[in-house]
Design a protein around this ligand. Structure first.
Ligand code: PFF
Length: 490
């Protein structure tokens, strides 16, 4: 069967931008900026974007496009023993999408609740007790929360119908799902700048606290945010670019994706801080506290701010439709990694059938997060996955491409097909800068986690987190050994 193709270059760009722009831009980026020095955070962020993020994106684009295969196949073409790295990224992808979809399920609940602004009395209580019905600790599973499970089913049905025909259906969906949240953000911005206090919000967003720059945590957060926001490490960009023609442009597409993604993050910052500025002026809560509220930002602080506005239901609906439309193309891009890799290996299988079973697997893997202890598990999984699996996958990739396959032939290929040339600096970034920085990130995180176990969770719960890192890692090593042994036998 002929390989699937994108309908046009624009469609590919939209799909790549759609994957990159997600909850990470609207929720994670603003709260990191709020927490780590306001305007000063932009410095490590932009440095990370230029010296690590974009070079890595260029790498994933060239690998997928040159090898014309998804994660497993491309790695195998880089080195015959490296297929196991594909298994590592596939398992990690399944885990990440399983909880990403649950966050979307919460958004569905909030969307429905927006019509009556049901959280307005006590947003925190609403999130914890009405939506999550959270148990008193990770030890107490407390049974399934059926409304989240129901919404999760809806989310997975939506995901399925976005991807069931591969690039054909994805190509149609992204024409709407990528511009829509940007338009909605624009509307929310217009709302923000007509409210009192928005300028104080912007001041808190942009005023640089220079002392933040000496804190290593600020730098590590900026680097891991860049990886997360550009959807790097899990094979998404490899899979997507493998559906391009071998001689399509690479460098310009990578720069465009990276720049558009960060521009949307910066823009989202204005919206979020504008509205928080308004909220601070209405509630006497310090802005700093609101912005640094972490995961609660999207589901506690923001809903509260929305409920204080005139026409709260309207802006709540806009906000949660925005979150859903932002999340959906990131979610299905991760499912595409699994589909792509399975179909490469089993060409006789039908795309719609593979998609169906992958969605079922993602749904089942997500059930644990729909229990009343779901938030705790989600927090643990997210911590280990973004700090270890993502970084490890990226380190393996740069070693494989930069040191084992060789970075120069890849750069030559990029320059043969691209309008914008990639200089020798790229080789240095792939071979030295990225692996060194990522290893430092990994070491810092590891020592932190060993000294103070994450989040004060019990040992068994953190054991699950470590298993999410170690099981795929062991499978990777087993595949490597197996490929090596088979090769010696022949
Ligand atoms: N880039 C997405 C965001 O910023 O929300 C998240 C994401 C998507 C991470 C796909 C990883 C991934 F493979």
């Amino acid at each position: 069967m002929a390989r699937q193709r994108w309908a046009s270059r624009t469609v590919f760009l939209l799909a790549a931008v759609g994957s990159a722009v997600g909850l990470g831009n609207v929720w994670r980026f603003p709260y990191l900026a709020g927490k780590y020095g306001g305007g000063a955070f932009l410095i490590p962020y932009l440095i990370a974007l230029i010296i690590v993020g974009t070079p890595m994106l260029i790498l994933e684009f060239v690998v997928g496009q040159k090898m014309q295969q998804g994660a497993i196949g491309s790695f195998r073409k880089l080195h015959p023993y490296a297929g196991g790295l594909g298994i590592f990224t596939m398992i990690s992808s399944l885990v990440i999408v399983s909880y990403y979809a649950v966050v979307m399920a919460w958004s569905v609940i909030y969307f429905l609740a927006s019509f009556g602004v049901q959280w307005s009395d006590n947003p925190k209580n609403y999130f914890n007790n009405s939506v999550l019905q959270i148990s008193d600790g990770v030890n107490n599973l407390g049974g399934i929360n059926w409304s989240i499970l129901l919404c999760l089913t809806v989310v997975w049905i939506l995901i399925y119908f976005c991807i069931w025909q591969g690039t054909k259906s994805v190509g149609k969906v992204v024409l709407y799902s990528v511009p829509l949240p940007v338009v909605l953000l624009g509307l929310l911005l217009l709302r923000a700048i007509t409210l009192p206090g928005f300028l104080d919000g912007w001041r808190a967003y942009l005023n640089p606290v220079w002392s933040a720059l000496v804190d290593p945590e600020v730098w590590t957060s900026a680097f891991s945010q860049i990886f997360f926001t550009l959807s790097l490490g899990f094979g998404v960009m490899i899979t997507y670019s493998s559906y391009k023609q071998e001689d399509d442009d690479i460098a310009r597409d990578a720069w465009s994706t990276a720049i558009i993604n960060s521009a949307i993050s910066l823009f989202a910052g204005f919206v979020v801080f504008g509205i928080l500025g308004y909220m601070a002026s209405q509630t006497d809560t310090p802005l700093k506290e609101l912005a640094a509220s972490g995961p609660g930002l999207a589901f506690v602080v923001f809903p509260e701010a929305l409920s204080l506005m005139p026409l709260p239901w309207l802006f709540s609906i806009l906000f949660f439709v925005m979150l859903l439309s932002l999340g959906i193309d990131s979610a299905f891009s991760i499912v595409e990694v699994l589909n792509g890799a399975i179909l490469d290996q089993h060409k006789h299988l039908k795309l719609s059938v593979v998609s169906f079973w992958v969605c079922i697997a993602g749904f089942i893997a997500g059930i644990i997060y729909t229990t009343r202890a779901g938030l705790y598990f989600l927090d643990i999984t997210d911590h280990f996955l973004t700090n270890y699996n993502l970084i490890l996958a990226a380190i393996f990739q740069v070693i494989l491409a930069g040191w084992i396959y060789g970075v120069e032939p890849l750069r030559r290929h990029i320059n043969q097909v691209s309008d914008w040339r990639v200089g020798k600096w790229w080789n240095i970034s792939i071979k030295y800068v990225i692996p060194i920085i990522l290893t430092c990130l990994l070491a810092t995180q590891l020592s932190k986690d060993i000294n103070t176990p994450y989040g004060g969770y019990p040992v068994w719960a953190l054991g699950i987190g470590w298993a999410i890192v170690l099981i795929p890692l062991m499978l990777f090593l087993l595949c490597l050994l197996n490929d090596w042994r088979r090769n010696i036998e022949v």
